[in-house]
Design a protein around this ligand. Structure first.
Ligand SMILES: Cc1ncc(C[n+]2csc(CCOP(=O)(O)OP(=O)(O)O)c2C)c(N)n1
Ligand SMILES: [Mg+2]
Length: 325
């Protein structure tokens, strides 16, 4: 049973991600976002349901679709927005952009544009926690497409044989760019692959934040007790195309309509109303607060300066003496 305060925190986090993403979409249209963007809207229940089980000192690794992971792990909206807009006040001084945000202070080890590259990094973070004798856990987000990369097999196998505290979370949104999962995989579930590594797995409704929360709860507990990794597959769907320029014409209209009816935020809100954890007035208050928060983050980012050209080569190598032995 999750306490009401926690349920409302989960609801607020999901709204933060959705409103933040809508703002990024709007700013992109105003030519304020360099590069491209991959929006997480529609998949909020996965990041929030998993991260609601993690401590601040636990780790996550992310993907090219990483804004939601950052926010779910507790990164600040203003510095995240500034990074997406390429500003000096951003998490990576404006030099990483949308696909390369990291915030070590909350255990967000980084997003990456290289599909599947976060998987061995999470395995490494799990190994580090084990070697240091802490009970920290590393959660790793990746897509259905990434599960066909060699890094998936290598990263999970190593974590399995060494019983590392890692939770592998596949966000199966049915597509890798325009390629439908069934064209590149003969098995129905990515989770079925866990059997090959001798670890447990579960398929969760990725648009039901409580289902994700429960699945992640068991997996995180297992990892924390040094019982090894788990593979969680969350079936979900992105609201928009793969990236900003993709109209997603390859998705059948009926399929899109079916999934839109399963919007994770609307579903969770209905559930909260039903169980009496939220009233219409409280929901409106939270919506207003989150809207303001996103507006303030946007103002901070838009008013921030760009990095100077001569800063481009800084931070490429670590300074002598700053690497832990
Ligand atoms: C190693 C690598 N191969 C190909 C690409 C091009 N690419 C970018 S995103 C993407 C699809 C990823 O699909 P998935 O893992 O399902 O994540 P989703 O975009 O659906 O969240 C591809 C092929 C890349 N960035 N890196
Ligand atoms: Mg995908």
């Amino acid at each position: 049973m999750i306490e009401n305060a926690k349920l409302l925190e989960i609801y607020r986090r999901m709204l933060e991600i959705r409103f933040f993403e809508e703002k990024v979409f709007e700013l992109y249209g105003q030519n304020l976002v360099p590069g491209t963007i991959h929006l997480y809207a529609g998949e909020e229940a996965v990041a929030v349901g998993v991260c609601a089980n993690l401590r601040k000192d636990d780790y996550i690794t992310s993907t090219h679709r990483g804004h939601g992971h950052c926010i779910a792990k507790g990164a600040r909206l203003d510095k995240t927005m500034a990074e997406i807009l390429g500003r000096k006040t951003g998490y990576c001084k404006g030099k990483g952009g949308s696909m390369h945000i990291a915030d070590f202070s909350v255990g967000m080890l980084g997003a990456t544009a290289v599909v599947g590259a976060g998987i061995p990094i999470a395995t490494g973070a799990g190994l580090s926690a084990k070697m240091r004798g802490t009970d920290q856990v590393a959660a790793c987000f990746f897509g259905d497409g990434a599960s066909n990369q060699g890094t998936f097999h290598e990263g999970i196998n190593l974590a399995a044989i060494w019983r590392l505290p890692v939770v592998f979370v596949c966000e199966n949104n049915l597509y890798a760019m325009g390629t439908r999962q069934s064209r590149v995989m003969l098995t129905e579930n990515v989770a079925d692959r866990a059997a090959a590594y001798g670890i447990p797995s579960v398929v969760a409704d990725g648009n039901d934040v409580l289902a994700v929360y429960e699945a992640a709860h068991l997996a995180v507990e297992r990892a924390r007790k040094s019982e090894g990794p788990t593979l969680i597959e969350c079936k979900t769907y992105r609201l928009r195309g793969h990236s900003r320029f993709d109209p997603a014409a390859y998705r059948p209209k009926e399929e899109v309509e079916t999934w839109l009816k399963k919007d994770p935020i609307a579903r969770f809100q209905t559930k909260l109303f039903e169980i009496g954890a939220l009233t219409e007035a409280e929901a409106k208050k939270i919506v207003d607060e989150v809207t303001k928060e996103v507006d303030e983050a946007t103002r901070f980012a838009v008013e921030s300066p760009f990095p100077e050209p001569e800063e481009a080569l800084g931070d490429v190598y670590a300074k002598e003496g700053t690497i832990a032995k």
